[in-house]
Design a protein around this ligand. Structure first.
Ligand code: FES
Length: 176
C-alpha cells in the first residue's frame, strides 16, 4: 500500500485521548505497548473505520513506539483497515466448517449481486466483501461478521435481506 494513496483527516479528540489514557492505565507503566490493540480499535472507530499511515504514526507517538511496530500489527490483523472501506463490510469466514457449508458460493452470490469483486468497495462506498479466518462461530456456519455483529446460518435469502436492510439504513453496526 502506497503511503500517499489515501488521505485521512486525523482528529484525536479530548474524549478519544481520555479513552486512550484509560486503556494505557490498565497496564504497568513500562508495558504500555500492551494497550496497542484496543487503542487501535478505538482510534479506528473514531476515524471512519480505517487507519492511515499518518494516523498509525500518531498512535506510535502516543505509545512511544517505533512506527514500524504499529504498521506490523495493523497489517497483520484483518480487523484493522489500511484504506477506506465500504460502510457495510461483509466479512465472510473462509475457514473449514464455513467452507464445507457453502460460504464460497455465498461470497460469489453476494459479489455478483453487488457487482464487485472481493476486496473492492461498491462505487457508492456502501458495501464491500472480504474473506477472513475463523471467527469462532463454527457451529453457526456459514457465517460472517457485519460491524460488531455476527450473521449466522447464512443463505441467499438472508444475504438478500441483509443487503436490503443495509440500503434501508436498518442495520446497526456498533454494539456500543
Ligand atoms: S469456520 Fe467459520 S466461524 Fe469457524
Amino acid at each position: 500500500m502506497e503511503r500517499t494513496q489515501y488521505k485521512q483527516e486525523i482528529n484525536i479528540t479530548e474524549a478519544l485521548m481520555t479513552r486512550i489514557n484509560e486503556l494505557i492505565s490498565h497496564y504497568p507503566a513500562d508495558k504500555s505497548k500492551s494497550a496497542l490493540l484496543p487503542i487501535l480499535h478505538e482510534v479506528q472507530d473514531a476515524h471512519n473505520d480505517w487507519l492511515s499511515f499518518e494516523l498509525q504514526d500518531k498512535v506510535a507517538e502516543i505509545l512511544n513506539l517505533k512506527p514500524i511496530e504499529v504498521y506490523e500489527v495493523v497489517s497483520f490483523y484483518t480487523m484493522y483497515n489500511q484504506r477506506p472501506i465500504g460502510k457495510y463490510m461483509f466479512e465472510f469466514c473462509q475457514t473449514g466448517p464455513c467452507c464445507l457449508n457453502g460460504v464460497e458460493n455465498l461470497m460469489d452470490y453476494t459479489c455478483n449481486k453487488l457487482g464487485v469483486k472481493v476486496g473492492e468497495p461498491t462505487p457508492d462506498g456502501l458495501f464491500e466483501v472480504r474473506g477472513v479466518e475463523c471467527l469462532g462461530a463454527c457451529g453457526y456456519a456459514p457465517m460472517m461478521q457485519l460491524g460488531d455483529f455476527y450473521q449466522e446460518h447464512l443463505n441467499e435469502e438472508k444475504i438478500d435481506q441483509l443487503i436490503a436492510d443495509c440500503r434501508d439504513d436498518k442495520i446497526n453496526l456498533l454494539e456500543k
